[in-house]
Design a protein around this ligand. Sequence first.
Ligand SMILES: *Cc1c(COP(=O)(O)O)cnc(C)c1O
Length: 371
Amino acid sequence: MKVPFIDLKAQHAELYPEIALVVKEAMMNAAFVGGENLTGFEREFAGFCGTAECVGVASGTDALRFALMACGVSRGDEVITVPNTFIATTEAITQAGATPVFVDIDPVTYNMDVSKIEEKITPKTKGIVPVHLYGQCADMDQINRIAKRYSLVVVEDACQAHGGTYKGRMAGSLGDAAAFSFYPGKNLGACGEAGAVTTDNEDIADRVRMLRDHGQRRKYYHEVEGYNGRLDAIQAGILRVKLKRLAGWVERRRSNAKLYDELLSMVAGVVLQAEPAWAASSYHLYVVRLSGRDRVQDELNKRGIATGLHYPIPLHLQNAYRDLGYSEGDFPATESAAREVLSLPMFPELTAEQIRLVAETLIEVTLTEVV
Ligand SMILES: *Cc1c(COP(=O)(O)O)cnc(C)c1O
Protein backbone atom coordinates (compact mmCIF):
# COMPACT_ATOMS: atom_id res chain seq x y z
CA MET A 1 0.00 0.00 0.00
CA LYS A 2 1.27 3.45 -0.96
CA VAL A 3 0.32 6.51 1.04
CA PRO A 4 0.24 9.82 -0.87
CA PHE A 5 1.11 13.08 0.85
CA ILE A 6 -2.22 14.56 -0.17
CA ASP A 7 -5.02 13.10 -2.30
CA LEU A 8 -7.29 15.64 -3.94
CA LYS A 9 -8.68 13.07 -6.35
CA ALA A 10 -10.59 11.38 -3.53
CA GLN A 11 -12.22 14.69 -2.63
CA HIS A 12 -13.00 15.62 -6.21
CA ALA A 13 -14.59 12.27 -7.08
CA GLU A 14 -17.26 13.01 -4.50
CA LEU A 15 -17.73 16.68 -5.45
CA TYR A 16 -17.52 16.33 -9.20
CA PRO A 17 -21.28 16.59 -10.01
CA GLU A 18 -21.67 19.78 -7.97
CA ILE A 19 -18.51 21.36 -9.32
CA ALA A 20 -19.38 20.46 -12.91
CA LEU A 21 -22.71 22.24 -12.44
CA VAL A 22 -20.93 25.39 -11.25
CA VAL A 23 -18.74 25.38 -14.35
CA LYS A 24 -21.67 24.64 -16.66
CA GLU A 25 -23.78 27.47 -15.24
CA ALA A 26 -20.90 29.93 -15.58
CA MET A 27 -20.50 28.88 -19.24
CA MET A 28 -24.22 29.12 -19.96
CA ASN A 29 -24.46 32.58 -18.37
CA ALA A 30 -21.01 33.72 -19.54
CA ALA A 31 -20.47 34.84 -15.91
CA PHE A 32 -16.75 34.77 -15.20
CA VAL A 33 -16.02 38.01 -13.34
CA GLY A 34 -17.88 39.18 -10.24
CA GLY A 35 -21.48 38.12 -9.73
CA GLU A 36 -23.44 36.08 -7.22
CA ASN A 37 -20.84 33.35 -6.75
CA LEU A 38 -18.23 35.93 -5.79
CA THR A 39 -20.42 37.90 -3.38
CA GLY A 40 -21.98 34.68 -2.06
CA PHE A 41 -18.60 33.14 -1.33
CA GLU A 42 -17.36 36.32 0.31
CA ARG A 43 -20.41 36.43 2.57
CA GLU A 44 -20.15 32.75 3.44
CA PHE A 45 -16.40 32.74 4.11
CA ALA A 46 -16.71 35.88 6.29
CA GLY A 47 -19.39 33.92 8.17
CA PHE A 48 -17.06 30.96 8.56
CA CYS A 49 -14.26 33.14 9.95
CA GLY A 50 -16.55 35.32 12.05
CA THR A 51 -15.49 38.57 10.38
CA ALA A 52 -17.58 41.42 9.04
CA GLU A 53 -15.84 41.41 5.66
CA CYS A 54 -14.22 39.05 3.18
CA VAL A 55 -12.75 40.16 -0.14
CA GLY A 56 -11.93 37.48 -2.70
CA VAL A 57 -8.66 37.91 -4.59
CA ALA A 58 -6.57 35.94 -7.08
CA SER A 59 -4.17 34.18 -4.68
CA GLY A 60 -2.91 34.06 -1.12
CA THR A 61 0.06 36.13 -2.19
CA ASP A 62 -2.27 38.86 -3.51
CA ALA A 63 -4.26 38.63 -0.29
CA LEU A 64 -1.13 39.28 1.78
CA ARG A 65 0.09 42.08 -0.47
CA PHE A 66 -3.29 43.84 -0.68
CA ALA A 67 -3.94 43.43 3.06
CA LEU A 68 -0.58 45.00 3.90
CA MET A 69 -1.08 47.87 1.45
CA ALA A 70 -4.65 48.43 2.67
CA CYS A 71 -3.33 48.59 6.24
CA GLY A 72 -1.01 51.41 5.19
CA VAL A 73 2.28 49.56 4.72
CA SER A 74 4.34 51.41 2.13
CA ARG A 75 7.80 52.35 0.92
CA GLY A 76 10.44 52.63 3.62
CA ASP A 77 8.48 50.72 6.27
CA GLU A 78 9.68 47.63 8.10
CA VAL A 79 7.42 44.66 8.74
CA ILE A 80 8.25 41.95 11.26
CA THR A 81 7.70 38.31 10.36
CA VAL A 82 9.34 34.87 10.69
CA PRO A 83 11.95 33.26 8.42
CA ASN A 84 10.29 29.85 8.78
CA THR A 85 7.52 30.33 6.22
CA PHE A 86 6.77 30.20 2.50
CA ILE A 87 8.35 33.04 0.54
CA ALA A 88 4.95 34.54 -0.34
CA THR A 89 4.88 36.07 3.17
CA THR A 90 7.95 38.18 2.49
CA GLU A 91 7.26 38.73 -1.23
CA ALA A 92 4.11 40.55 -0.14
CA ILE A 93 6.01 42.69 2.36
CA THR A 94 8.67 43.64 -0.18
CA GLN A 95 6.17 44.24 -2.97
CA ALA A 96 4.21 46.56 -0.69
CA GLY A 97 7.43 48.61 -0.56
CA ALA A 98 8.59 47.53 2.91
CA THR A 99 11.52 45.53 4.25
CA PRO A 100 10.95 42.21 6.02
CA VAL A 101 12.56 42.01 9.46
CA PHE A 102 12.83 38.51 10.85
CA VAL A 103 12.11 37.20 14.34
CA ASP A 104 12.96 33.60 15.17
CA ILE A 105 10.32 30.97 15.90
CA ASP A 106 9.58 29.23 19.16
CA PRO A 107 11.30 25.83 18.86
CA VAL A 108 8.33 23.94 20.30
CA THR A 109 5.29 25.50 18.59
CA TYR A 110 7.09 26.62 15.39
CA ASN A 111 5.20 29.94 15.64
CA MET A 112 6.73 33.41 16.04
CA ASP A 113 8.67 33.74 19.31
CA VAL A 114 6.76 36.65 20.82
CA SER A 115 9.51 37.33 23.38
CA LYS A 116 11.81 38.39 20.53
CA ILE A 117 9.51 40.87 18.77
CA GLU A 118 10.15 44.04 20.75
CA GLU A 119 13.92 44.03 20.25
CA LYS A 120 13.27 44.25 16.47
CA ILE A 121 10.97 47.27 16.61
CA THR A 122 12.45 50.49 15.21
CA PRO A 123 10.88 53.87 14.30
CA LYS A 124 10.33 52.41 10.80
CA THR A 125 8.36 49.38 11.97
CA LYS A 126 4.83 49.51 10.60
CA GLY A 127 3.44 46.04 11.19
CA ILE A 128 3.71 42.41 12.19
CA VAL A 129 2.82 39.39 10.03
CA PRO A 130 2.44 36.31 12.24
CA VAL A 131 2.21 33.08 10.24
CA HIS A 132 -0.19 30.43 11.56
CA LEU A 133 2.17 27.74 10.37
CA TYR A 134 0.79 24.25 9.70
CA GLY A 135 -2.65 25.56 10.77
CA GLN A 136 -1.69 26.40 14.35
CA CYS A 137 -2.29 30.00 15.43
CA ALA A 138 0.55 32.15 16.72
CA ASP A 139 0.13 33.68 20.19
CA MET A 140 -2.12 36.47 18.95
CA ASP A 141 -3.01 38.13 22.28
CA GLN A 142 0.69 38.78 22.93
CA ILE A 143 1.28 39.94 19.35
CA ASN A 144 -1.74 42.27 19.41
CA ARG A 145 -0.65 43.68 22.78
CA ILE A 146 2.79 44.58 21.40
CA ALA A 147 1.24 45.95 18.22
CA LYS A 148 -1.06 48.18 20.23
CA ARG A 149 1.79 49.48 22.38
CA TYR A 150 3.82 50.53 19.32
CA SER A 151 0.85 51.41 17.01
CA LEU A 152 1.60 48.64 14.53
CA VAL A 153 -0.80 46.85 12.20
CA VAL A 154 -1.19 43.07 12.40
CA VAL A 155 -1.87 41.05 9.26
CA GLU A 156 -2.30 37.32 9.87
CA ASP A 157 -0.83 34.97 7.31
CA ALA A 158 -3.68 32.48 7.65
CA CYS A 159 -2.87 30.76 4.36
CA GLN A 160 -2.52 27.40 6.16
CA ALA A 161 -5.05 27.99 8.90
CA HIS A 162 -8.62 27.77 7.53
CA GLY A 163 -10.61 26.52 10.53
CA GLY A 164 -7.79 26.86 13.07
CA THR A 165 -8.74 28.62 16.29
CA TYR A 166 -7.09 30.77 18.97
CA LYS A 167 -8.86 30.77 22.35
CA GLY A 168 -11.99 29.73 20.52
CA ARG A 169 -11.78 32.48 17.89
CA MET A 170 -11.22 31.66 14.23
CA ALA A 171 -7.97 32.26 12.39
CA GLY A 172 -8.62 35.20 10.09
CA SER A 173 -10.45 37.19 12.79
CA LEU A 174 -7.48 37.80 15.07
CA GLY A 175 -5.65 40.85 13.65
CA ASP A 176 -6.41 43.99 11.63
CA ALA A 177 -6.71 41.81 8.53
CA ALA A 178 -5.86 38.28 7.44
CA ALA A 179 -4.80 36.60 4.22
CA PHE A 180 -6.04 33.20 3.07
CA SER A 181 -4.86 31.10 0.16
CA PHE A 182 -7.15 28.70 -1.69
CA TYR A 183 -4.32 27.07 -3.60
CA PRO A 184 -5.56 23.54 -4.48
CA GLY A 185 -3.71 21.75 -1.66
CA LYS A 186 -4.82 24.08 1.16
CA ASN A 187 -7.51 23.09 3.68
CA LEU A 188 -9.97 24.91 1.44
CA GLY A 189 -8.66 24.71 -2.12
CA ALA A 190 -9.92 26.00 -5.46
CA CYS A 191 -9.49 24.15 -8.74
CA GLY A 192 -6.83 26.70 -9.62
CA GLU A 193 -5.54 29.85 -7.90
CA ALA A 194 -7.55 31.88 -5.41
CA GLY A 195 -7.27 33.78 -2.13
CA ALA A 196 -9.13 36.15 0.21
CA VAL A 197 -8.65 38.90 2.76
CA THR A 198 -10.82 38.85 5.88
CA THR A 199 -11.22 41.82 8.23
CA ASP A 200 -13.69 43.55 10.54
CA ASN A 201 -12.56 46.91 9.22
CA GLU A 202 -14.73 48.31 6.41
CA ASP A 203 -12.07 50.77 5.22
CA ILE A 204 -9.47 48.03 4.88
CA ALA A 205 -11.97 45.87 2.96
CA ASP A 206 -12.83 48.81 0.72
CA ARG A 207 -9.14 49.44 -0.09
CA VAL A 208 -8.55 45.75 -0.83
CA ARG A 209 -11.56 45.81 -3.20
CA MET A 210 -9.97 48.76 -4.99
CA LEU A 211 -6.51 47.23 -5.14
CA ARG A 212 -7.75 43.95 -6.60
CA ASP A 213 -9.55 45.82 -9.38
CA HIS A 214 -7.05 48.30 -10.85
CA GLY A 215 -7.57 50.84 -8.09
CA GLN A 216 -11.14 51.58 -9.12
CA ARG A 217 -14.39 51.71 -7.17
CA ARG A 218 -16.29 52.71 -10.27
CA LYS A 219 -15.33 51.50 -13.74
CA TYR A 220 -12.57 53.65 -15.30
CA TYR A 221 -12.32 55.97 -12.26
CA HIS A 222 -8.95 54.94 -10.81
CA GLU A 223 -8.34 56.28 -7.30
CA VAL A 224 -4.92 54.65 -7.14
CA GLU A 225 -2.91 52.34 -9.32
CA GLY A 226 -3.97 48.82 -8.41
CA TYR A 227 -3.68 45.30 -9.73
CA ASN A 228 -5.55 42.68 -11.69
CA GLY A 229 -6.09 40.56 -8.59
CA ARG A 230 -9.74 39.54 -8.65
CA LEU A 231 -11.11 36.18 -7.55
CA ASP A 232 -12.28 34.25 -10.60
CA ALA A 233 -16.06 33.69 -10.49
CA ILE A 234 -15.84 29.98 -11.36
CA GLN A 235 -13.32 29.46 -8.57
CA ALA A 236 -15.64 31.35 -6.18
CA GLY A 237 -18.48 29.00 -7.17
CA ILE A 238 -16.27 25.95 -6.62
CA LEU A 239 -15.13 27.32 -3.27
CA ARG A 240 -18.78 27.68 -2.20
CA VAL A 241 -19.30 23.97 -2.89
CA LYS A 242 -16.24 23.07 -0.86
CA LEU A 243 -16.80 25.57 1.96
CA LYS A 244 -19.88 23.62 3.02
CA ARG A 245 -17.57 20.69 3.80
CA LEU A 246 -14.70 22.64 5.35
CA ALA A 247 -15.70 22.28 9.02
CA GLY A 248 -16.09 18.51 8.56
CA TRP A 249 -12.75 18.25 6.76
CA VAL A 250 -11.00 20.15 9.55
CA GLU A 251 -12.55 17.76 12.08
CA ARG A 252 -11.20 14.80 10.12
CA ARG A 253 -7.76 16.39 9.94
CA ARG A 254 -7.91 16.80 13.73
CA SER A 255 -8.90 13.20 14.35
CA ASN A 256 -6.15 12.05 11.95
CA ALA A 257 -3.66 14.14 13.91
CA LYS A 258 -4.94 12.67 17.17
CA LEU A 259 -4.33 9.15 15.90
CA TYR A 260 -0.81 10.09 14.75
CA ASP A 261 -0.21 11.62 18.21
CA GLU A 262 -1.34 8.44 19.94
CA LEU A 263 0.82 6.22 17.77
CA LEU A 264 3.94 8.40 17.88
CA SER A 265 3.89 10.14 21.27
CA MET A 266 6.08 7.66 23.11
CA VAL A 267 8.53 6.98 20.31
CA ALA A 268 12.16 7.84 21.10
CA GLY A 269 13.66 10.14 18.50
CA VAL A 270 10.31 11.40 17.20
CA VAL A 271 9.29 14.82 18.56
CA LEU A 272 5.72 15.94 18.00
CA GLN A 273 4.58 19.51 17.50
CA ALA A 274 3.37 20.97 20.80
CA GLU A 275 -0.20 22.19 20.69
CA PRO A 276 -0.37 25.11 23.12
CA ALA A 277 -3.51 25.52 25.23
CA TRP A 278 -4.57 28.58 23.26
CA ALA A 279 -4.67 26.95 19.82
CA ALA A 280 -6.64 24.25 18.07
CA SER A 281 -4.71 23.58 14.88
CA SER A 282 -6.53 23.01 11.61
CA TYR A 283 -3.71 20.59 10.72
CA HIS A 284 -3.00 21.77 7.21
CA LEU A 285 0.21 19.84 7.88
CA TYR A 286 1.16 17.26 10.48
CA VAL A 287 4.85 17.53 11.28
CA VAL A 288 7.32 15.52 13.33
CA ARG A 289 10.86 16.39 14.22
CA LEU A 290 13.70 13.89 13.77
CA SER A 291 17.45 13.79 13.59
CA GLY A 292 18.63 12.28 10.31
CA ARG A 293 15.48 13.67 8.73
CA ASP A 294 16.68 13.47 5.12
CA ARG A 295 17.61 9.80 5.41
CA VAL A 296 14.28 9.01 7.08
CA GLN A 297 12.45 10.80 4.29
CA ASP A 298 14.34 8.79 1.66
CA GLU A 299 13.58 5.52 3.43
CA LEU A 300 9.88 6.36 3.77
CA ASN A 301 9.79 7.29 0.12
CA LYS A 302 11.32 3.93 -0.84
CA ARG A 303 8.58 2.23 1.17
CA GLY A 304 5.84 4.13 -0.68
CA ILE A 305 5.14 6.85 1.88
CA ALA A 306 5.24 10.38 0.51
CA THR A 307 6.25 13.21 2.83
CA GLY A 308 7.06 16.92 2.51
CA LEU A 309 9.46 19.55 3.87
CA HIS A 310 8.04 22.83 5.19
CA TYR A 311 10.48 24.44 4.74
CA PRO A 312 13.97 23.13 3.93
CA ILE A 313 15.68 26.51 3.44
CA PRO A 314 14.78 29.38 5.79
CA LEU A 315 13.99 32.66 4.07
CA HIS A 316 16.94 34.54 5.60
CA LEU A 317 19.30 32.08 3.87
CA GLN A 318 17.61 32.26 0.45
CA ASN A 319 19.52 33.81 -2.46
CA ALA A 320 16.57 36.14 -3.01
CA TYR A 321 17.31 37.78 0.37
CA ARG A 322 21.10 37.98 0.23
CA ASP A 323 20.75 41.77 0.27
CA LEU A 324 19.10 41.72 3.70
CA GLY A 325 22.49 40.73 5.11
CA TYR A 326 21.52 37.79 7.30
CA SER A 327 23.73 34.76 7.75
CA GLU A 328 23.66 31.23 9.08
CA GLY A 329 23.25 31.16 12.85
CA ASP A 330 21.03 34.26 13.00
CA PHE A 331 17.84 32.27 13.70
CA PRO A 332 18.84 29.00 15.37
CA ALA A 333 15.33 27.68 16.08
CA THR A 334 14.29 28.22 12.46
CA GLU A 335 17.49 26.69 11.14
CA SER A 336 17.21 23.52 13.19
CA ALA A 337 13.51 23.16 12.30
CA ALA A 338 14.50 23.44 8.63
CA ARG A 339 16.93 20.55 9.13
CA GLU A 340 14.72 18.31 11.28
CA VAL A 341 11.03 18.80 10.53
CA LEU A 342 9.20 16.32 8.31
CA SER A 343 5.57 16.64 7.16
CA LEU A 344 3.68 13.33 7.15
CA PRO A 345 0.72 12.52 4.88
CA MET A 346 -2.26 14.60 5.98
CA PHE A 347 -5.63 15.07 4.30
CA PRO A 348 -9.23 14.51 5.44
CA GLU A 349 -9.72 11.25 3.54
CA LEU A 350 -6.62 9.61 5.03
CA THR A 351 -7.72 6.29 6.61
CA ALA A 352 -6.80 4.93 10.03
CA GLU A 353 -5.12 2.04 8.23
CA GLN A 354 -2.92 4.44 6.26
CA ILE A 355 -2.03 6.41 9.39
CA ARG A 356 -1.06 3.20 11.20
CA LEU A 357 1.12 2.18 8.28
CA VAL A 358 2.84 5.59 8.20
CA ALA A 359 3.45 5.48 11.96
CA GLU A 360 4.72 1.89 11.94
CA THR A 361 7.03 2.53 9.02
CA LEU A 362 8.33 5.73 10.58
CA ILE A 363 9.06 3.91 13.84
CA GLU A 364 10.86 1.13 11.98
CA VAL A 365 12.95 3.58 9.98
CA THR A 366 13.88 5.82 12.92
CA LEU A 367 14.83 2.79 15.04
CA THR A 368 17.33 1.69 12.43
CA GLU A 369 18.67 5.26 12.50
CA VAL A 370 19.45 5.03 16.23
CA VAL A 371 21.31 1.70 15.88
C1 LIG B 1 0.26 28.94 0.42
C2 LIG B 1 0.85 30.00 1.25
C3 LIG B 1 0.92 31.34 0.81
C4 LIG B 1 0.63 31.77 -0.60
O1 LIG B 1 -0.56 31.45 -1.15
P1 LIG B 1 -0.74 31.38 -2.75
O2 LIG B 1 -2.21 31.21 -2.89
O3 LIG B 1 0.04 30.23 -3.25
O4 LIG B 1 -0.27 32.67 -3.33
C5 LIG B 1 1.39 32.29 1.70
N1 LIG B 1 1.80 31.96 2.94
C6 LIG B 1 1.77 30.69 3.38
C7 LIG B 1 2.25 30.40 4.77
C8 LIG B 1 1.32 29.67 2.55
O5 LIG B 1 1.33 28.40 2.99
